[in-house]
Ligand binder design. Structure first.
Ligand SMILES: Cc1cc2nc3c(=O)[nH]c(=O)nc-3n(C[C@H](O)[C@H](O)[C@H](O)COP(=O)(O)O)c2cc1C
Ligand SMILES: [Mn+2]
Length: 498
């Protein structure tokens, strides 16, 4: 199953899979779309194509990423772990042994070479070209998401810049507050690559913003790649074919040839204005703060362009699945640096930076603390506020089991590490913005080599008795109990949960 080639292909696929509802009623992008979407997302409902947003000629697609199934459709994969395996295969390449291995190795290398974006002469993104005074952002159905928002915000953009020193391209998903017909603000946060490109520029940085992309490219803009890696390469690799680019009309940048809409323009040193408030994925409004002003020099579109949007807010919201995709896809890369990691989970309720649960193959005293420090030194995971470390046999996705281990295995005096470091730009809890406390909880088994008393064995029934009871279950005449539940943990727990 090949992933969709562009936004329209994707919409057609969603429709074929009965994952899309067309809303023909006139609906207001001012707050009304949010309330409809929020209810639909929280109910696990379909993608919504609003065909008649009030005040605009452009339809609006939302909730394209709102379920695990749609996320898998987007990647053309059976599961997000399968997507991760494709990357792992390349990351873990060893010198090939023998002919068959060599051929396989060459195929993998070719898949990397084929991932580079490809420049083409023309593309549908230039069906309509508006420059200068003809540009009018207010013609787009840009949402005002929440009642306290300062203005309408473009919420699902892929912002393209180049590092002025190295020339490396960057794609980042940074929301954009609309100021007027031809101006927005650019909310790239302090830890982000777009911001670094901006700070490295003497005067003016050209910027292009792509809206309405194939879902893998849109996802890739949100992926936390190291600064020197072009997100379009990740997209090409995951798509299995390169992203096609055309030269923009008013800036020296290449833009996705099949995007629905592209905004071209620039930001300048010293040209800042107050951004926010904005109801954010933390579940709170982020307060006003200065961000660069983005001047739009051209708006180009496909004919009958469709506008993409997303609503973030108190979790779970649609972005939960973009985050889960990153969690799964980046696990092999995390393991390259910290190979003792078995699995990890970033709870959606923790807004991704607040909490990481990680299971490890523990081999020596202090190993849990080593892994905490490793994660606090790794890419965007460095912003994590709390880390819980469990042993390799614990299911990190089963929060009740994790809670059990934390309760059972932790001496708060000995096993809780309090330290400090960089925190997420949007975290309102720390006393200082960007910097504050961090919490590590070692919920692994300890033992005399870590200075504790001998650790007791966990209770478990013997395999012989389990097999015996399995074999004899039907003879006991106990109705309404599923013997396959292995001790009935799941069914006992469910009614206990409130
Ligand atoms: C829906 C959505 C909205 C986002 N909005 C912002 C934003 O306004 N500012 C920001 O810095 N990061 C935002 N992010 C996170 C970045 O897209 C993410 O950190 C990405 O890795 C940035 O690219 P970069 O690593 O090339 O800087 C958002 C992510 C999603 C999924
Ligand atoms: Mn980047």
């Amino acid at each position: 199953m090949a992933p969709p080639r562009d936004f329209r292909d994707w919409i057609a696929l969603l429709e074929r899979e009965e994952e899309l509802v067309r809303v023909t009623a006139e609906v207001d992008p001012h707050l009304e779309v949010t309330e409809i979407t929020d209810r639909t997302v929280k109910a696990g409902g379909p993608a919504l194509l609003f065909e008649n947003p009030k005040g605009s000629d452009h339809p609006l697609l939302i909730n394209q990423f709102g379920t695990e199934r749609r996320m898998c459709l987007a990647f053309g994969a059976a599961s997000l772990d399968d997507v991760a395996h494709r990357l792992e295969d390349v990351l873990e390449m060893q010198p090939p042994q023998g002919l068959v291995e060599k051929v396989k190795g060459l195929r993998k290398l070719k898949s990397i070479a084929d991932s580079m974006p490809k420049t083409v002469r023309s593309g549908p993104v230039h069906d309509v070209v508006l420059t200068g005074d003809d540009v009018d952002l207010t013609r787009l159905p840009i949402q005002t998401c929440w009642p306290g928002d300062a203005a309408p915000f473009i919420t699902l953009p892929a912002v393209i810049t180049h590092d002025p020193r190295t020339g490396t391209r960057n794609l980042g998903m940074y929301r954009m507050q609309v100021v007027d017909q031809r101006t927005t603000l650019m909310h790239w946060q302090i830890h982000k690559d777009g911001r670094m490109d901006y700070l490295a520029t003497d005067a003016r940085l050209e910027v292009a913003v792509a809206l309405g992309l194939d879902p893998i490219t849109a996802y890739s803009a949100s992926a936390p790649l190291p600064k020197h890696i072009d997100e379009l390469m990740l997209s090409g690799f995951l798509r299995g074919e390169p992203v096609e680019l055309v030269r923009a009309k008013t800036v020296e940048l290449d833009v996705p040839a099949h995007a629905e809409i592209v905004l071209e323009g620039y930001v300048e040193q010293g040209d800042l204005a107050t951004e926010g408030p904005f109801g954010d994925h933390t579940g709170y409004y982020t307060p006003p703060e200065p961000f660069p002003v983005f001047h739009v020099t051209a708006m180009t579109m496909r004919r009958d362009a469709i506008y993409p949007s997303i609503v973030v807010g108190r979790p779970p919201a649609e972005d939960a699945w973009l985050g889960k995709a990153t969690e799964r896809i980046f696990l092999p890369a995390v393991r390259m640096t910290i190979p003792e990691i078995v699995d990890y989970d970033l709870p959606v309720a923790g807004a991704f930076h607040n909490c990481v649960i990680v299971s490890i193959r523990k081999r020596f005293p202090g190993h849990a603390q080593k892994v905490m420090h490793g994660l606090w030194g790794l890419g965007m995971l460095s912003l994590t506020k709390a880390i819980v470390v469990v042993d390799e046999w614990v299911d990190v996705h089963d929060y009740e089991e994790v809670f059990f281990r934390v309760g059972a295995n932790v001496d708060p005096k000995r096993d809780v590490l309090l330290t400090e470091g960089p925190l997420d730009h949007l975290d309102h809890a720390p006393t200082l913005q960007f910097y504050g406390g961090k919490l590590g909880i070692d919920a692994t088994h300890k033992g005399p080599d870590e200075g504790t008393r001998p650790w007791p064995d966990e209770i478990a029934m013997s395999n012989e008795i389990k097999a015996l009871v399995d074999a004899r279950w039907s003879t006991y005449g106990i109705d309404g109990v599923d013997a396959a539940l292995d001790g009935g943990h799941a069914s006992v727990r469910r009614p206990l949960r409130r």
